[in-house]
Design a protein around this ligand. Sequence first.
Ligand code: ADP
Ligand code: AMP
Length: 209
Amino acid sequence: MKVVLLGPPGAGKGTQATGIVERYNIVHISTGDIFRKNVKEGTPLGKQAKAYMDKGELVPDELVIALVQDRLKQDDCKDGYLLDGFPRTTFQAEAMEKLGMAVDKVIDIQVGKDVLVGRATGRRVCKKCGETYHVSFRPTKVEGVCDKCGAEVIQRSDDEEATVARRIDVYLSETAPLVDYYEKKGNIVHINGDDDAKVVQEKIFAALD
Ligand code: ADP
Ligand code: AMP
C-alpha cells in the first residue's frame, strides 16, 4: 500500500502515521523528519534546508524530490510506504508521477485554521526518539520528559506562533491545490481531523481497509 498523508501543519499527520504504519506494515517517510535529522547532524543538505525551515518556507523542490526518490529506492519501501509531508507542491506531485513513484491513496486530513495554530504551538517533541506530545491534548507524565525514552522534550523551532502562521499560509497557497490535483485522479479521501485523535484514526483505517 502506497499512501500519501496530506494536510496543513498541525493537522495530525505525524500522530496518525504511527498507527497507520503499524496496522499496514509499511514504512513511514516524513520529509520534515529527514530534514530535521540532517539539520541536527549538520550535513550539507541540513545546512541548505535550515534557512527555509526556520522561516516556515518550503525547501526547494529539486532538493526534496531527489531525497524522496533516493529513499523510495531502498529495499524497505518495496511493500509500501506512507509519505508524510510529501508531495507539498504540484511540481513535486508531477515529478513523482514522472519518476514512477506510485500513490494508491491520498488521505487529506482537514482541520480549521484556529485549531491548527493551537496544535502546532502546543506541540512538543522528544529530542531523542521524536515522540510527539501536546501541552494540553497529550501531555507527558512528567513535564519536559519523554514518557517513552526519558529524554528531554522540546518545542520545534518552527512551532513558534509567527512561523506557524507563515507555514499555514504556505500550505494554503502551495499545497492545498494538491487536493484538486488528486481529486481529478480520484484517489483522495477527506477526513475531518478536528475530532479526537482516536476517532480520526478509526476513520482513516476505515478508508484504507
Ligand atoms: P502534523 O504532523 O500534521 O504537523 P502532528 O501529528 O505533529 O501534526 O500534531 C500536531 C500537534 O497536535 C501535536 O502536538 C499532537 O500531539 C496534537 N494532535 C494531533 N492530533 C490531534 C487531535 N486529533 N486532537 C488534539 N491534538 C492532536
Ligand atoms: P513538517 O515536519 O512536515 O512540518 O516539515 C517541516 C519543514 O520541512 C517545512 O516547513 C519545510 O520547510 C520542510 N519540508 C518538509 N517537507 C517538505 C516538502 N515536501 N517540500 C518542501 N519543504 C518541505
